[in-house]
Design a protein around this ligand. Structure first.
Ligand code: DGY
Length: 325
């Protein structure tokens, strides 16, 4: 019997690809650029499963290009806003993701960015490389202690609340804004409005999913509520923060600092003026990028796909109530 076709949209761990190869006719797209929609459409034809990544726009047209054979889309990541889940459900295609395995890695990375911002790490690195380090200067390049600061977390799910835990263990006062009641608060204080959270926090870290409601959640008005001395951290999704408004806020010292691991678009347009600012640290979407965590994510995506190939709904299916197999 022919093995079902599986398409992986980026190079992945060999061990995990070997597991897939054992049960499928495997295509791995190893291009040196993000596959275009046309390239994706031609590669996915006849696939039963797709192993996809956050920058792939997996819409109804891609699903139709795969055809009726397509049963499972395995997203490498916990966020799956790049996959049109409604379009998948209409076509009886299960969508699965990788929750849990990246919680600690992502939350501790957000804390790392907070520390890097507070101690001006990127700026000081440039200072040395630019030959500006002349002598020990007691009043220069001063940062601030996080332990004396208030952290406001927007979105208190798995990752947000784990950051709350780390921050409170590091003696920060932690506030959070979340629509629903979280499972565990780690002693953080719930704040009823985002405005109040923004006004009270020294550092604001974003941990909500990207949805139509959170598109541009932090724009000019919200930035105007923040303290002039405050820092904004975004490790969630780029479009949650309006990049042009953030540029205005940072360049006019409306807020002091920002650290971004995600942008809109990704990669950021290299002409964007925000890249010229010193009070910004910017990174290429690496919050979950440790060998251990990325391997677990890969393994979980393969597990989801193999379950789907065996006609059981994947354990981490996000649209299970809409699928009838
Ligand atoms: C996710 O999992 O959603 C991250 O953004 C990618 O690791």
């Amino acid at each position: 019997m022919n093995k079902p076709k599986v398409v992986v949209t980026r190079k992945q761990f060999d061990s995990e690809m070997d597991r897939l190869r054992a049960v499928s006719d495997l295509t791995i797209i190893e291009s040196d650029h993000l596959p275009t929609q046309e390239e994706l459409k031609s590669k996915v034809k006849g696939a039963k499963a797709l192993f996809v990544h956050i920058n792939d726009d997996i819409n109804g047209e891609i699903m139709d290009a795969a055809g009726d054979s397509l049963k499972i889309i395995g997203q490498f990541g916990v966020g799956y806003d790049n996959v049109d889940v409604d379009a998948a459900s209409e076509r009886n295609i299960a969508v699965a993701n990788t929750p849990g395995v990246l919680t600690e890695t992502t939350a501790s990375f957000a804390f790392t960015l907070m520390q890097a911002a507070a101690r001006r790490i990127a700026e000081c690195d440039r200072f040395v490389r630019d030959g500006k380090w002349k002598y020990f200067e007691p009043l220069d390049l001063l940062g601030y202690d996080l332990s004396a600061s208030v952290l406001g977390i927007i979105g208190y799910g798995r990752i947000g609340s784990y950051l709350g835990k780390i921050a409170s263990e590091n003696n920060m006062k932690v506030l959070y804004y979340n629509r629903s009641t979280p499972e565990e608060t780690y002693g953080a204080e719930r704040i009823d409005t985002m405005k109040e959270l923004l006004e009270k926090s020294d550092v604001v870290s974003i941990h909500c999913p990207f949805t139509p409601e959170t598109n541009n959640l932090i724009s000019k008005k919200e930035l105007s509520y923040m303290k002039k001395t405050s820092t904004l951290i975004n490790t969630a999704r780029g479009p949650i923060v309006n990049l042009d408004d953030l540029y205005d806020a940072l360049s006019n010292n409306r807020i002091a600092y920002a650290a971004l691991d995600v942008t809109d678009p990704e990669p950021i347009n290299m002409d964007h003026p925000i890249l010229k600012l010193d009070n910004l640290t910017i990174l290429p979407h690496i919050a979950s990028a440790t060998v251990e965590t990325r391997r677990k994510m890969s393994m979980m995506t393969v597990d989801n796909i193999i379950e789907g190939l065996n006609s059981s709904l994947p354990t981490y299916c996000v649209n299970s109530e809409k699928i009838s197999w």
